[in-house]
Design a protein around this ligand. Structure first.
Ligand code: C2E
Ligand code: CA
Ligand code: CA
Length: 426
């Protein structure tokens, strides 16, 4: 039996395989479906008791469709019965075509795909004799939930597009404070959705859908433009007595989708030129996991951002791979220690050790450290003693609308916590 890769030939987008070639085998990680243009294939399971032929598929039919519905391994083996011409369709190709189609058509397709998945699940369970009565009830329930979730996602996506058009998003700005002086060094821009009926919706409720659907691209650019403009206004209006030495900065969160978008850096460059903000005053916050998912493309995107003069902060530091070695690989300026370490200060020796190690390393590399989620004066005092540069959290201010942030600057009273509560070991 021939294996694809050895005997399969690609003709432009098409794939021609000879009779006897295994297109894919049960258990393989599937990444695409195939439309059969010519020839026929057999779909079968190899079992100890013998070969079980499930189906034959011919011209005009599709094989391997589960791969574009979910990411499960191939559930059977497909072998060419005669020479076949196939057109591979990846999940990404389907998704990008779907994003360009009419919303009603997309909703219908999502429902059809969901039904197809249920049917395929049922068929497979029945064939393998795996479904017990109890399982069926749970599976039915799970299918209904998946179906409802698919429709809910589609609705949310449409609502998000409308929200973008009607400018329902707003940025709130949380001050980042120099621990030594209690003065404002910069801000982090945090997005919210002012929903016409649901009120202020936090980012966790809509960003995953915005990312999955590609809306994040427009949203990311809007956010960067708004944040640049707000920094210029906030800096102009701020009393010098409220500000830490140096120019105030604005941190903007960047999603993985933004970073893999080839037009992202050029768009950011254009926005910077229009906004009048200095590139060196703008920081992009990127999570550790984003850097590690695609280190090479992330490194290239970071270099391009640095070439524009932007600064880069690693967000939620310590929660991902916690590999300090990549700090050299990527051009990074700032580390943001995750809130979970700050909130457990005083209860966990590990948190204290992590914060001290990160602050020590950052000072060796001449990098400022921001500690997130500072709520208590004793945390601020301890963080400063451990060598952290900045603190951000409810102790100083919650994320504020721009007008509130401007007023807060006018009335800013430095919060300097001098007395450290005795930190208790775990
Ligand atoms: P993050 O980047 O880690 O942002 C910090 C989160 O901690 C914010 O939540 C902030 O409101 C919250 N926070 C700040 N100080 C304190 C504190 O003292 N105690 C506690 N308990 N929480 C504090 P938020 O605004 O809900 O944002 C959640 C996440 O959504 C952000 O986490 C970030 O990953 C993402 N996000 C927010 N805005 C944007 C955006 O414009 N673009 C992208 N791509 N992601 C964003
Ligand atoms: Ca952040
Ligand atoms: Ca964070």
């Amino acid at each position: 039996m021939n294996l694809i890769g050895t005997y399969g030939t690609a003709l432009a987008d098409h794939l021609v395989i000879d009779a006897g070639t295994v297109l894919f085998a049960e258990g393989d990680a599937g990444s695409c479906a195939y439309i059969i243009e010519e020839g026929s294939l057999e779909i079968a399971l190899d079992r100890p008791e013998g070969r079980l032929v499930l189906a034959r598929r011919g011209a005009g039919e599709v094989v391997g469709e589960m791969a574009i519905i979910d990411r499960r391994p191939r559930s059977a083996t497909a072998t060419a019965l005669e020479t076949c011409t196939l057109l591979p369709v990846t999940r990404e190709q389907l998704a990008s075509r779907l994003t360009q189609t009419d919303p009603v058509l997309r909703m219908c397709l999502a429902v059809v795909l969901e039904r197809l998945r249920s049917t395929l699940d049922q068929l497979r369970d029945a064939r393998l004799g795996a479904a017990s009565a109890v399982d069926e009830v749970t599976q039915d329930q799970a299918r209904r939930e998946r179906h409802d979730a698919a429709i809910g996602e589609m609705r949310l996506e449409q609502e998000l597009k409308t929200a973008l058009r009607y400018e329902e998003f707003e940025l709130h700005y949380q001050p980042i404070v120099q621990l030594e002086t209690g003065l404002v060094a910069g801000f982090e821009a945090l997005i919210r959705w002012r929903h016409p009926t649901r009120g202020l919706v936090p980012p966790g409720c809509f960003l995953p859908t915005a990312e999955a659907s590609g809306i994040i691209q427009a949203l990311g650019r809007w956010t960067f433009r708004e944040a640049c403009a707000a920094l210029v206004r906030l800096t102009e209006g701020a009393p010098p007595a409220a500000l830490a030495p140096g120019r105030p900065f604005m941190s903007v969160n960047v999603s993985a989708r933004d970073f893999s978008d080839p037009g992202f850096v050029a768009a950011i460059g254009g926005i910077l030129r229009e906004s009048g903000a200095r590139s060196g005053d703008m920081k992009l916050e990127i999570t550790e996991s984003l850097l590690m998912q695609e280190p090479d493309s992330a490194a290239a995107a970071l270099r391009a951002c640095r070439a524009l003069g932007l600064r880069i902060a690693v967000d939620d530091f310590g929660t991902g791979y916690s590999s300090l070695s990549y700090l050299h690989k990527f051009a990074i300026d700032t580390l943001k220690i995750d809130r979970s370490f700050v909130s457990t200060l005083g209860h966990s020796r590990t948190s204290q050790a992590v914060i001290e190690a990160v602050a020590g390393l950052a000072s060796q590399l001449d990098m400022p450290v921001v500690a997130e989620g500072v709520e208590e004066p004793f945390q601020a005092a301890a963080l400063r003693d451990f060598g952290c540069t900045y603190g951000q959290g409810y102790l100083y201010a919650r994320p504020l609308r721009e007008d509130e942030a401007a007023r807060a600057l006018q009335a800013w009273r430095p919060t300097i916590s001098r007395h450290r509560r005795e930190l208790e070991p775990a």
